[in-house]
Write a protein that binds this ligand. Structure first.
Ligand code: MLT
Length: 434
């Protein structure tokens, strides 16, 4: 008799965006004439850049000729793309990487969901609250958490880092508040005096999904010190870096001293080049990031991620990697930047329009997400339902990202200009703020 992975039973419901899609589909079926504007899931609407399309066409033609046809590529990705990444995303910021420290993937969602596989099953991890649900759910499925505590909306044995208005929605290194946490066998050696506050892995998203706020170099430096002192590893998701506008927000964690000893970085072309449906990403695993065997022998995580990828992944398609390479051409850079600017203009329209209507709005300055406080202490899901029913606007309820997201709603700037303006008018016209 086959037994299922019971960890899946700990998950309280469907994946957040699947739940929203179902609610919207039901509403749409009952209200076929409603002109629904979707500002929920962060899915882009601008077409791929012409330089990207041109590169894809060329690659398709190559695949049709025996002389240029490609079968399996390197599991780690083609060097033509890795070299461009190193040159444009890192060397321009004074960061040196070796080609075997970059791994091309088929989307940051896959990469961030799978990275936990290379760590000990008893590891302890910390996530921001609210948080992009994939970090948490993937660890639940792998059995790295205890049961879900319905009343609190949290899993046992997970360290949550509250991101609130008071701390500017910035995850802070865990201190005394986790003293009550039951410590499991940590997979890294823990200095004795640090035991109480130890976590093995910390997921950081900067700029943050969902709150849209961003940590500065100094704030990240505090995380790096914490990781060094406690032998923790930082899993740094930088999927929204192209939306950064303020100079003190780093685009890569490796801009901060010491990060190469403790951080793995995730990047995506989904939001920077419109690849949500095209799927391409990369992970940087510096060879200097170490974890330990049960006998305390240090091993480079680079070697483990490489082994994992070679076994479980056959590489991102050649055509897609050629498309991603074109993002770095002069035309590609300009065209993708124009799309990012377009979305940022939407973000400002949302932020400024809702503020003018009396709402408190965060984010939308270094991020395509606006984090909006619900009116009159309304619950996130109630406000979500109200906006869907009365304004026909789809959003994402903050509580779907974790208990500290309660009382907020996320709006994405990835819609068309016309829809964005219309959605803001419709929400303002409800006059929910007195
Ligand atoms: C989001 O809306 O949070 C993202 O689009 C989801 C994702 O990138 O997987």
């Amino acid at each position: 008799m086959a037994h299922i992975n019971e960890n899946y039973l700990k998950l309280p419901g469907n994946y957040l965006f699947a739940t929203i899609a179902k609610k919207v589909a039901d509403f749409s079926q009952k209200n076929p004439n409603a002109n629904i504007i979707r500002l929920g899931i962060g899915d882009v609407t601008r077409p791929l850049a012409p330089a990207v399309i041109e590169a894809m066409h060329k690659a398709v033609d190559e695949m049709g000729k025996a002389e240029t046809f490609r079968g399996y590529g390197p599991e780690q990705g083609y060097e033509f793309l890795i070299n461009k990444i190193i040159e444009w995303d890192y060397e321009t910021r004074g960061i040196h990487l070796d080609t075997d420290e970059v791994f091309i993937g088929d989307g940051a969602k896959t990469d961030v969901a799978c990275i936990q596989e290379i760590f000990d099953k008893n590891m302890t991890f910390a996530v921001a609250d609210p948080v992009y649900p994939v970090y948490l759910d993937s660890n639940v499925m792998a059995g790295h958490t205890g049961e879900f505590i319905d009343l609190k909306g949290v899993y046992k044995d997970v360290v949550y880092l509250p991101c609130t208005e008071e701390n500017g929605f910035k995850a802070e290194p865990p201190k005394d508040r986790i003293e009550s946490m039951e410590l499991k066998n940590c997979c890294f050696p823990v200095p004795a005096n640090k035991k109480k506050e130890h976590v093995d892995l910390v997921y950081l998203c900067n700029p943050s999904n969902p709150t849209g706020t961003a940590m500065s170099k100094e704030e990240l430096a505090a995380w790096i010190s914490y990781a060094k002192e406690t032998n923790a590893i930082l899993l740094y998701d930088s999927a929204y870096e192209s939306y950064i506008t303020e100079p003190n927000i780093p685009h890569s964690i490796y801009e901060v001293e010491g990060a190469k000893d403790v951080a793995i970085e995730f990047r995506s072309y989904s939001k920077s080049a419109g690849f949500t449906g095209t799927r391409c990403s990369y992970v940087v695993v510096p060879k200097t990031v170490l974890a330990y065997t049960a006998k305390n022998n240090a091993i480079s995580l680079n070697q483990f991620w490489n082994r994992r990828q070679c076994t479980c992944f056959n590489g991102t398609p050649y055509i897609i990697q050629r498309a991603a390479e074109a993002v770095y051409s002069e035309k590609g850079r300009n065209q993708c930047k124009a799309d990012v600017d377009y979305y940022m203009e939407n973000a400002h329209i949302i932020r400024d329009g809702l503020q003018a209507a009396g709402y408190t709005v965060y984010g939308a300055t270094n991020s395509p997400y606006a984090w909006v406080k619900t009116p009159a202490n309304m619950k996130s899901w109630d406000f979500f339902d109200l906006l869907l029913e009365k304004a026909h606007v789809v959003t994402t309820p903050g509580s779907g990202f974790g208990p500290h997201g309660e009382g907020f709603l996320r709006l994405t700037a990835f819609g068309t200009r016309e829809n964005t303006i219309e959605a803001v008018h419709r929400i303002a016209d409800l006059k929910l703020i007195k």
